[in-house]
Each structure stands twice: as C-alpha cells, then as structure tokens.
Design a protein around this ligand. Sequence first.
Ligand code: CUK
Ligand code: CUA
Length: 641
Amino acid sequence: MPSLSRNRLILGAALLGAVGIGYACAGNRTSSLAGGAGNAQRTYVAPGEYDELYAFLSGGFSGQVGVYGIPSGRLLKVIPVFSQNAENGWGYSEETKPMLETSYGFIPWDDLHHTALSQTNGEDDGRWLFVNGNNTPRVARVDLTTFETSEILEIPNAAGNHASPFVTENTEYIVSSTRFSIPVPNRDVPIAEYKAQFRGQISFITADQPGKMDIAFQLIVPGFNYDLARAGKGPSAGWMFFSSYNTEQANTLLEVNASQNDKDYIAAVNYRAAEACVRQGKGRRAQVDYRHNHMDEFTRTAVSERKTSVLQITPADCQGVMYFLPTPKSPHGADVDPSGEYIVAGGKLASVIPVHSATKMLAAIEAKEFEGELEGIPVLKYNATLAGEVKEPGLGPLHTEFDGQGYAYTSMFLSSEIVKWKLGTWEVVDRQPTYYSVGHLMIPGGGTRKPYGRYVLAMNKITKDRYLPTGPELAHSAQLYDITGERMELLLDFPTHGEPHYANAIDAAKVRENQKRFYALAENRHQRVIRAERESGIERRGNVVHVRMASIRSHFTPDNIEGVQVGDTVLFHVTNLEQDWDVPHGFAILGAQNAELLIMPGETRTLRWVPLKVGVYPFYCTDFCSALHQEMQGYVRVSAR
Ligand code: CUK
Ligand code: CUA
C-alpha cells in the first residue's frame, strides 16, 4: 500500500511537470491538506441543515447552470438553459421546445459562460439569474422562484456572445457585446476586407420586465474585440467598462498577432449619453431577424416570436458616448470596485494590474486630455486616468473581485494562484495557489455595492490529479477559500457539472423563502388542461391523436388506450393533478422518441410520440411518487393503418 500511494504522487508530479504548472507539486498538495480537519468543519453542513449561500456556476459547454450550496459544495440542481435535458424533459416536451428556437432554427445547445444576478440599488436581489449563450448569440433569464429558464432573447448582429450578460444597478439593462466582429448586416464579403466591412456591436437589453426582454438599442462600433465588462456605480454610474483588444483589426491571428500593440484599451461607454442620443432621434432602425422566446406564466407553454428590426446608434452620431482608456496588453477582465471609483483591468500578458480612476476619467474627458482618437473615438492619456498599478502581482492576471473591506482578489491564470491586494496602496498582501490554472474567481456579491464577502471561489481550467480519475475526461473543479482572515485559506475542492467559467452566489435567505411550491390547478390555462380525472379523454383529428391524461397518486387516466394507428402523431397532454409540494409525476412510453416528461404539480406537459410498429406499448411514471409508484402505468394499443 505505501508504495502504491507513493507511485501516485510521483505520477502526479510527472504529469504536472509535463504541462509546466510550476506551482503545483506534491509538496503543495500535502500542505493544502494540513488544515484539513478544521477546514472540514467550516464546510460541513449537518444533515437536515441548509447551506449559507446558493451558488450558480455556469456549465460552459453543457449549456446549463449548476446550483450548489456553499460552503458544502453540494450540487442541488442542474438548470437546463440552452440544452435539452432528459432529467426533466426540458427541450423535449412540446411546451419547452419553442424556448430553443432561433433565427437559425432549433438549437438545443450553447456554450454558457457567464452569470449575472439581478440587482436593486446595486445589490443582488435574488429575483433572476441572467446567463449568456456564447455560440448562437443569446441571453436568458432564469426565474429564481422556479429555478427554470423563463426567457431567451437572441441577439442580432452578434457572433460569439462572450461579453455578456452584465447587469446595471437596477437591472434596467443587461449588456452584451459581440466577441467576433462581423459584417453588419451580415453579408457575403471577402474576409480580408475586415477593416472596411466588419463591425463590433454592443447591445443594451431591457431586463426589468419578465417576459419582455428586448434590445433597447445597439451601439455599432469599430471592429475591435470587446470583451468582459462591468457596469459602473457611484462616480461611474451610467457607464459600462469593457476590455477591448485587436484594435489592429486583424482578421487572422496566424501572421498578424492581435497583441502586437503595446497597449490595448478599456472601452468606456456612457449609456446615459446613449439614451439621450436615442431620445434626440439620432438612432436608425435596421432590418434584422432574431427571436424572443418566453414561458407563459399561465399556460406554462413557451411562445417564440420573430422580431425584424432593431434601433442602432453609432459613436460618430452620438458624441461623448464612448472613450478608450489605454491599458497594457490584451486586457481580459474589466472589473469595478464596490464604490464605483476603481476600474481594474486584467492584462493577461501584462506584468502589472492597471487600475483606472472613474473620477480622473471624468475630469480627463472634461479637460480633453486625449492622446488621439480611434475611428472618431477619443483615446484618453494613460496617466490621466490611472489610479495606480499593482506591481508584479503574478503571471496572467485575468479577473478581479472585491470583498467590500478594501481588498481586491485577482485570478492569475499562468501562475495558478489568487492574489489579494489592497485598493489605494496597490500592495499585494497575500497569495494562495489554486489547483490549477484559475480562470474566473467569485466572491459572493463581489461585483455589487455590498459584497457578502466571506468566501472566494476559484474556477479552475485544469484539474489533473485532484479527484479520482474518470477516463480521458476529468471533472472540472471549483475551490472554496475562506477570506475572513488576513490570509486566504483553502477549505474545499469540489467537482462541477460542465465547465464553470463564472458564477454568482447569494445569501440563501434572499431566495429560499420565495420558492414556488406548485402551480395552482385553477390558474392553469394550458390549451389541453384537465382539472379532474373525469375531464380526461382521447380525441382524433386526422392523423393526430390528442390524449388528455390525468396523473395523480398513483394512476393515469385513461390507462388503456386503443384506436391508435401506425404513423399517427400521438400527443400525450399529461396534467399533474396534485396540489402539494414535491410530488412530480413522470411519463414515458416504450419507444418514446422525445425522452420523458417530468410534470410539476398543477402543470400540463405534452409528449409527442409517433409509433412506427404495431403492438401494445406500456407507459409508466418515471418519478418515484408513492408506495404505488411502480403500479402507475398503462397500455397503448397500436394497430395497422
Ligand atoms: S472567460 Cu469565457 S473563456 Cu475569462 Cu469569462 Cu474563460
Ligand atoms: Cu407518479 Cu411515480
């Protein structure tokens, strides 16, 4: 046995050496385990007790969101957003399919990177979680009373919706910008004409009315890359700050490197000025094609509507809408501290972390301290806006969050660590290794006026030897640190669902009490609802057979169905008649092409089935609902046409 564990350590060290992760070594692993027993107590949530926080971790290429309890790291739920999810029939039931419609057709997948909680007065309010779809540009709203995706908006003139969603102080807007510049409107042009024909685009999306998300206006900007952003507050209220690079407008990164410029930029967008510009009638409506999908509250059926125009403005038409703040090499994150005074850039190839001052920026704009302009957009002087630089912080600074106690925490991708530094003095005061290459990090409320603080969560890009291996594909990892003391302390590693890029966490008290327990049957306005078993029945219309079915512990009505023919389209509209918390019923039939249904109490869900062969087909409840769950079943007879 001893030789086995020793071999594992040696193997681990060899693997790490091969990928060049300098900070990680067997020694580090051992020391991180040293405080184990005490740390275990701090993350232990006793049976029957609740976690302190809900954490929402993006699922990356899974298209979903993982909901975890903090500090335990326990997975509570996976919320499908841009995905089909067999677990609850999301994207398979007829009611949910329209949520995944886009102008490109039905797209049941996306790459979900970033989360943003709704805010009131700059604080997380626990109403909604917004997320982005990176690939086919979309943003979505998740309702935190149901933990269900309630709305998806496609974004026209976007390609690669990485820079989104960023929420403003009172959820007036969520903001999204395109990662890839493309021709606007998109058309057939030579790629080499990038500079002349390609444009960037920043969308301000109204978000405070559920079911009514839409593009308020789009700012059409030069074809640079615009990436991560934060809304301002306090002295920077009314501004958004984006990291921005590739101002060379290179269309290939093979020969012309997008990082050849010594400095890139933070793009500062004054959206109050943009609103004024729109009010003055300086926008123009452009023809586009995009979709808005939302879940109707009473029919619990998704509606997908096509939209055909969008309001656009440009910096040239709207003076004072946009400025560039020079920032060392390829900034990635652009984060605003709780006071709204400091804008921190993560220059991933830079050796310092530059911090801009909102007050100095406003004064510099007033005094016109410009070093030039880029396609008509003023470029401020570096020293005119700079508040300070964190020197030699580590390698590869990416993202910064704040604890509300005057400290900032920056993730260091290349040196695999979190670096804690002090706002104002710019001194590094602590650093702790991550296992391994950390991307985003998250402090609960860390992007708000009032951080909850207490913890920082690292979301790592490489897991290597942290967990039991599971073949070629290993679990991704998150790591929880206690930040209540002077030094950060690693408390917990936990594997995640999909790849977490970013996350938010919120005091459980702001969400827990608002949970919907069931849908009132009396309010169910689904087209084929039944409110009692006697209303159930079978109706044929041409080749379509509608079965209105009741499910209640522990039977379906009807449970013997005849008269179905090969090639018919059978629609099982199953209403769950229960009016109690935690009694879903499931529904599946032999040969079902559309997975299963999971029907919440008081809800109606529809499974579409086309039988292809004669025979007798059993159906049953898939969710263990009572002692007689196994008896909850029935038969459909399928005859030749
Ligand atoms: S990010 Cu999406 S590639 Cu730094 Cu928000 Cu990682
Ligand atoms: Cu209903 Cu099991």
